[in-house]
Design a protein around this ligand. Structure first.
Ligand code: SDX
Length: 377
């Protein structure tokens, strides 16, 4: 029995997260996502995913020091970024640069658990630096070296703008990274596990994942949500825009999910973060448009009997835009966070590995004979 898109297929056991699709709950290794977003840093969540428990003070200090030490990237990676045409999509540039990290990682071909754990830290530390450098290089600016005194999320904002991030901006990016860190066998994580299960290396697995995340049905949705909000332009235009798009049978980016049959629990947290970035309609125009889109979609989907609700990508768009992150970097920010989940899943896969190789149901012809090409019509 073929399940299109592997819908409903349980392809692995994991202790990393549980997505409660009917209830709209998300748990990372025992902790509710709301609790983690409010009370743990992204670095603590990285430790949780890599080690199965939140860190002690000493363990967090150790991890933070390792992430800071690894945050700089080899100048030859910057040279590779300079080879990309200025209009290259940043996820395409990241896909290439993340792969190239393997050139200069002395443990690239070492698939031992210890080496993979060290590479998980290095890759997670470097994706923010690469992403900020992509933006600087394409603007003809020199990349900014990471500031070892800043945590990963705030350091990204600093490397992007050259300005020390304000406390609220850094706190909000940190919470957004936590919300995007892990989500079971989503398409990009599954791509990472399939790659790792062949005993290919960690950089190959992460490169596979970046390729999968780029797609608009997955991580690429947040960029398209922002483009949609900008096309809508104001809250009073949302009704007409959304209903016309649905009439054209278009999918509304940032809505729907393969597993959630109710609102994605990450969406209201991101909605509140977006609200904290400004007060009053004049400062949160994107949030006001977003709220109206949600209202119209709720009515339209209820009328169609469809359980289509906002997902993680919907409100992350207004959060990232309001913080000043360029729209076409939104999916790179998603990758910055999900690197923790991808690498944790690779480590988990290899702890009890079996090649991942489903079957396909053949629907083509049989019994055909080769005709000489001169006689083929
Ligand atoms: C992420 O898997 C994960 O965990 C992913 C993620 C993570 O943390 O890793 O949560 C992150 O990728 C979130 C999803 C981001 N993508 C989008 O926002 C793109 C828009 N969403 C859709 O493309 C869609 O909802 C998917 C891809 C997310 C899920 O699609 P499914 O499960 O394959 O469902 P489907 O496309 O078969 O749709 C079922 C029905 C269809 O209608 P009918 O043909 O049955 O009449 O629902 C409709 C669809 O047209 N539908 C939508 C819709 N999503 C589904 N209609 C309008 N707008 C939408 N967004």
């Amino acid at each position: 029995m073929t399940s299109k898109g592997l819908e409903g297929v349980v392809a692995a056991e994991t202790t990393l997260s549980k997505v409660f699709g009917e209830e709209g709950r998300l748990v990372y290794a025992g902790y509710e996502i709301e609790d983690l977003a409010a009370n743990a840093s992204f670095e603590e969540v990285c430790w949780l995913l890599w080690n199965g428990e939140l860190p002690t003070t000493e363990q967090l200090e150790q991890l933070s020091a390792e992430l800071s030490a690894a945050a700089s990237i080899d100048d030859r990676i910057i040279d590779i970024l300079r080879l990309a045409p200025a209009d290259t999509h940043p996820m395409a540039t990241l896909r290439t640069a993340a792969s190239a990290l393997g050139f200069y990682d002395p443990e690239a071909e070492d698939m031992s658990d210890a080496a993979n754990r060290r590479k998980a830290v290095r890759i997670t530390a470097r994706i923010p630096t690469i992403t900020a450098a992509i933006d600087r290089v394409r603007k003809g600016l020199e990349p900014i070296e990471p500031d070892p005194s800043l945590r990963l999320g705030g350091n990204f904002l600093y490397m992007l703008t050259g300005q020390a991030p304000d406390g609220l901006g850094a706190r909000i990016v940190d919470a957004a990274l936590t919300l995007h860190a892990e989500h079971g066998l989503n398409a990009s994580t599954f791509a990472a596990r399939v790659t790792a299960a062949t005993l290919a290396d960690m950089h190959s697995a992460v490169t596979s994942a970046i390729g999968a995340l780029k797609g608009p049905l997955h991580g690429g949705a947040n960029e398209r949500v922002m483009e949609m909000l900008q096309k809508i332009g104001s809250a009073d235009q949302a009704e007409q825009w959304i209903t016309a798009a649905l009439e054209r049978k278009e999918k509304i980016m940032g809505f729907g999910h393969r597993v959630y049959r109710t609102t994605d629990p990450r969406a209201p947290i991101l909605r509140d973060l977006s609200g904290r970035l400004g007060s009053g309609a004049d400062e949160t125009p994107w949030l006001d448009i977003s709220e109206k889109v949600v209202e119209v979609m709720r009515r339209e989907m209820d009328a169609r009997g469809k359980k289509i609700y906002p997902n993680v990508d919907f409100f992350s768009a207004s959060v990232y835009y309001t913080i000043g992150i360029p729209t076409d970097l939104f999916t790179n920010v998603f990758a910055m966070a999900r690197a923790a989940g991808w690498t944790a899943h690779v480590i988990e896969q290899l702890a009890d590995n079996r090649l991942i190789r489903p079957k396909a149901e053949y629907k083509g012809p049989l019994g055909k004979k080769v005709v000489p090409i001169a006689d083929r019509g």
